[in-house]
Each structure stands twice: as C-alpha cells, then as structure tokens.
Design a protein around this ligand. Structure first.
Ligand code: SF4
Ligand code: SF4
Length: 307
C-alpha cells in the first residue's frame, strides 16, 4: 500500500466524523510533510472504568493509533504508551516543554479522598492542576469527566469533581469541551481534535460546554419512535413496539445525537434495541431509579431531570 493510499484511509475518518467541511485532504498532506504542526496530546485517567478509552481505541475503520499519531503527537496515553513508572511521571513533570498540547481527561477527580487516585507518589489533583495550567485546551472524555457520572452516584465517598468544576475551583481559566456519553463516542472526540487542529479553537459549545453539533437536540426530537409518542402508542414492557416513555425513557430530556450517530460505528442505540434511553449523557446520570414499569407507583422521577 502506498503512503497516499494510507493517507486516503486516514482521511476517510475525517469525512466519517463530519470534519471534511473544514479539514481538507491537502491539510493532511501538509501535515504529513511537516508543513502544518501537529498538536501534542496528553491523556490521563482519573477515577474511571477506562470505558471511554476502550470505546475510543475501538473506533471503526482505521486503527486509532494510526489516526492519533498521524494527526497529533501523543505524549502520553495510559493504554497505548509504552512508558511506565518514572518515565511517565518525569514526562508529565516536563509539561511546560510541550508547546500547544491538548489535555484529555477521563473519569473524575476524587477531591475528598485524593489518595484514591494516584499517579506515582502524587494524587490526581496535583497532575490535573499541573497539566491543565500548561495545556492549550482541555477535553472531558465521557460523562464522569463531564458531570461526575457513575463515579458520583449516591453513596460515593471520594467527593468526585468533573474536570470543568475542578478547573474553576482551582481558579484556572482554560477552554474546556465536555463530551458526555457513557462511554464517550469516539467520533465526537475525533471531531473536536480535528477542529482544534485546523482552527486552534473549540467548536461552538452550549452552556454545559458541549459541542452544539452533537448536543443541540434531545434524543426524543429525532427518535425513530417519535411518531408513536405523538400517536400515544406506548410500550408496556421492554421489547414492545411503541414509545418507551412510560418505561422511564429519558430521551425526552437528554441532549445527544444518538439517533443519527449511535454507538459502535452507528450499529445501534438503546431505543432502537427496544430499551429506554437511560440518559447516559445527562448531567444527572445515573438516577436512583433508572427504569420504570408501565404502571410504576414509585416516586416519579421521570419528568424531574432536565439535562
Ligand atoms: S422512545 Fe423515548 S426518545 Fe423515543 S419518542 Fe419515546 S420518549 Fe421520546
Ligand atoms: S439513547 Fe440515551 S442512554 Fe442510550 S446512548 Fe443515547 S443518551 Fe445514552
């Protein structure tokens, strides 16, 4: 395979995630020749299950490592870098040397129990503070990093803070992009990376720092069962045809592009598979009661949450 054919494969990903409107094939050729500088990339996990990295590393089409190394200089990623131990901490201590770097953070920051998440002999609070200050832009990968998510569910004692809250708590001013989803959608992160690469800016964001392109509409607005909702044809149990509203569907209050950009390379989403949306990209995920029966008599949380 020639170099140009490899680059064509790379560019197919740019097209697939909708970034070809601002990033041309000529840009990619220029980058390949070193005529356009690639930004550095530092990725860290806080308290997390690593699901967002797993989702990202399994992007469809071209091997993700090829995409990352073609479009960025990966300084460190916990799952793909070979460096370990002091090599990593020494590299991160030298963050000021990495001019123009994108900081991607996955999971949350345990403020009430800093030793719950350590890198070397220092807590995550130290590393995130240091890296955020030196970075050009920060990206919160997934719902935990954006809003707290699973790491902030009822009963947690670690006092987790999402990235943007930590940054403002530390009094730091830095652009942050939230990409909530449990797990994060790789296409959304690639779009933001490509956008930054070309413009040195973030795409247009909403009040929750989410790209409007992905989070401008609720799942409900574009749902394949919306017609059933309008005609009041409701499912009475999971697997039934009809709108899943009475089974606890959160699509009505959850902003996300699932109906047009599903998980696993748009293979499927919850609702198409017959399961209510549980609002995994929402600010109040996970809720205490995630699913309802048609005639549920428990306290009604169905309409409480707007995210
Ligand atoms: S299944 Fe959910 S998202 Fe779809 S129409 Fe019904 S309430 Fe709305
Ligand atoms: S449909 Fe709802 S729960 Fe499913 S992936 Fe989309 S936002 Fe998350």
């Amino acid at each position: 395979m020639t170099r140009r054919e490899v680059l064509k494969q790379m560019y197919a990903v740019v097209v697939a995630v909708g970034a070809s409107s601002f990033l041309s094939f000529d840009d990619l050729l220029a980058m390949d020749k070193g005529e356009i500088a690639k930004p550095n990339l530092v990725w860290l996990h806080g308290t997390s299950c690593s699901g967002c990295s797993t989702s990202f590393l399994n992007v469809e089409g071209v091997p993700l490592v090829d995409i990352l190394t073609e479009y960025t200089n990966v300084v460190f990623h916990p799952d793909i870098s070979l460096a370990t131990g002091h090599q990593v901490t020494d590299m991160l201590e030298r963050a000021d040397e990495y001019k123009d770097f994108i900081f991607v953070f996955e999971g949350s920051i345990p403020m009430a129990m800093p030793h719950a998440c350590m890198l070397g002999d220092k807590p995550m609070t130290y590393w995130v503070d240091k890296l955020v200050r030196k970075s050009s832009v920060c990206i919160a990968a997934g719902t935990c990093a954006s809003f707290g998510g699973i790491t902030n569910m009822e009963g947690m004692v670690t006092g987790p803070k999402p990235l943007a809250d930590f940054i403002s708590y530390q009094g730091i001013k830095k652009p942050v992009v939230n990409l909530p989803n449990c797990p994060m959608k790789p296409e959304q992160l690639l779009y933001v990376l490509f956008y930054y690469l070309k413009t040195h800016n973030t795409p247009e964001l909403d009040d929750e720092k989410r790209p409007l392109r992905f989070f401008g509409n609720t799942v409900h607005e574009r749902c394949t069962r919306h017609d059933d909702f309008t005609r009041k044809k409701f499912a009475k149990k999971i697997g039934d045809e009809g709108c899943l509203f009475y089974l606890g569907c959160q699509g009505i209050v959850t902003k996300n592009d699932c109906p047009i950009n599903g998980h696993n390379g748009n293979t499927n989403i919850c609702i198409k598979a017959g399961h209510p949306c549980i609002g995994c990209a929402g600010k109040y995920f996970p809720r205490k009661i995630m699913l309802h029966t048609y005639d549920d008599k428990r306290p009604n949380e169905r309409f409480k949450v707007i995210s």
